[in-house]
Design a protein around this ligand. Structure first.
Ligand SMILES: Nc1ncnc2c1ncn2[C@@H]1O[C@H](COP(=O)(O)OP(=O)(O)OP(=O)(O)O)[C@@H](O)[C@H]1O
Ligand SMILES: [Mg+2]
Length: 453
């Protein structure tokens, strides 16, 4: 074995023993080049160093458990100062646990990472606010590639959260197919619905979405709750009596539900199918078990966990790179299923094939290119997703738009679609004279310069 690997193996062994001595759990230190994730408890301080990733989420939960339940601390210090990277999965598992503890009067203070971009992520993703709301404001992040972690406690909040997510995706991811969009919406809906219907979580649920567009186009959504957990609810039904690992294994199968009068057992099965078919990934952490699907040779693995997750965490990754992969993903009782989607409920009218877009609802301002980008993506997506259907854009209560907004939305759309398709598909309603002139001018200037990309 090369010397570097020998050293790493020895360090790993040492860290595992160290964790075991710390709080009786076998921590799995993550490798990060030559750096390890380490979480150390010193009294009421839980200190994170290095990367904190999807595979590392149990050890901090064990440290918190020991601090609160065995040492009686009522005020924790969650110290991320030396943390170098982290992700929504482990962060939402941590946030859900800290929110649950706050509901029983155990408080937490947050020390932000020293690394400036990571500290910014803690604010933008809303983790800082969830951990210490007295000190950190709710996230004001309005970008379209990330939707900050949102808490939902009842069906109305759940519905609002899902709509905000799908709306942001429609405006944030260019060239998305309607089947794929509908599949994503369906899965987010099902997984958040499970929190409301089954979990009995005292804090409701948390949901966060991020999209990445490097070599592949991937949307990751993470849902966490601090409720009973999948093994417990499944065992509450008459038909299942197995272990925690058996419970996760069963939960992703078609027709498995704790109670046939409540559900049909489609939600986890369908969400898992969507992620697998697309070449994405799927992870469930609940009770003493982890279920992990990764594409390629890894496949599906389900294993016991010494440290339990009190509640349920689902990390779902859908890969949109190959638009055809999702065609057959939703299949119930042998029949292909097409879910109703946001486009149908929000934009399609009854008895007409015209899509209605109220511009007033689509942007917070009409003065900048940045405000126009998601509107552009959304209109372009709608044109492509709904072939042959005209799109009527209603300017009611939009008395003015800036030239840069007009160019970003309509100038660039005109060039992308070409004059004939633009004129056939895009209709304007209630447009003030000045706005009409600005749009005309933006289009003719853009035609002369082209897209410039
Ligand atoms: N967040 C959760 N907390 C606790 N238990 C859960 C959670 N999510 C799923 N479960 C358990 O897993 C089972 C399977 O979930 P799944 O979504 O596949 O089916 P269902 O919700 O019962 O039915 P359907 O989704 O068709 O309405 C549930 O019946 C429940 O016992
Ligand atoms: Mg369900």
């Amino acid at each position: 074995m090369p010397v570097g690997e020998q050293l790493r193996a020895r360090a790993n062994k040492f860290l595992r023993r160290y964790y075991a001595l710390q709080d009786g759990s076998e921590g799995e230190p993550a490798k990060h080049g030559s750096r390890f994730m380490s979480v150390i408890r010193d009294g009421n301080r839980i200190k994170f160093s290095g990367p904190y990733r999807d595979a590392d989420l149990h050890h901090p939960l064990a440290c918190i458990h020991h601090a609160v339940h065995e040492n009686g601390y009522q005020d924790l210090i969650i110290d991320f100062s030396e943390c170098t990277e982290t992700y929504p999965g482990p962060m939402l598992a941590l946030c859900a646990e800290l929110l649950r503890l706050r509901s029983v009067k155990v408080d937490a203070q947050l020390v932000l990472p020293k690394k400036p971009e990571l500290a910014r992520l803690f604010s933008n993703a809303n983790w800082a606010n969830l951990i210490e709301p007295r000190k950190f404001e709710p996230s004001k992040f309005r970008g379209h590639t990330q939707i900050p972690a949102t808490q939902f406690s009842d069906p109305t909040e759940q519905n609002d959260a899902v709509n905000r997510i799908v709306n942001a995706i429609l405006g944030g991811i260019p060239d998305i197919r309607r089947e794929n969009f509908a599949a994503l919406e369906w899965a987010v809906n099902e997984l958040t619905d499970n929190v409301i219907v089954h979990s009995e979580s005292p804090i409701g649920g948390l949901v966060q979405v991020s999209s990445f567009q490097r070599s592949t186009k991937v949307v990751e959504f993470t849902i966490a709750d601090a409720g009973l957990g999948i093994p417990t609810t499944l065992r509450s039904g008459a038909s299942f009596k197995g272990s925690d690992t058996d419970a996760l294994d069963s939960a992703i199968r078609e027709g498995v539900t704790r109670d046939k009068s409540v559900g049909q057992g489609n939600g986890l099965y369908g969400s898992y199918q969507i992620c697998c078919h697309s070449g994405g990934a799927f992870q469930i952490e609940s009770g003493h078990a982890r279920l992990l699907f990764r594409p390629g040779d890894y496949g599906l693995e389900i294993r016991d966990q010494k440290v339990p997750v009190h509640g349920t965490l689902v990390i779902a990754k859908i890969n949109f790179s190959d638009p055809d992969l999702l065609k057959e993903a939703l299949n119930f009782s042998g029949k292909s299923y097409t879910p109703v989607d946001y486009i149908e409920t929000k934009y399609e009218g009854i008895g007409t094939d015209v899509l209605h877009v109220r511009l007033k609802d689509e942007a917070k301002s009409f003065g900048s290119r940045v405000a126009g980008t998601p509107v552009h993506h959304k209109l372009h997506n709608l044109v492509k997703m709904c072939p042959g259907q005209p799109i009527e854009i209603d300017f009611d209560m939009v008395p003015l738009v800036s030239s840069s907004f007009a160019d970003e939305v309509f100038g660039k759309l005109f060039v992308k679609l070409g004059p004939l398709e633009f004129m056939q598909r895009i209709r304007f309603k209630n447009v003030e004279h000045t706005v009409r002139m600005l749009i005309d001018k933006a289009i003719s200037q853009r035609v002369t310069t082209g897209l410039g990309i």
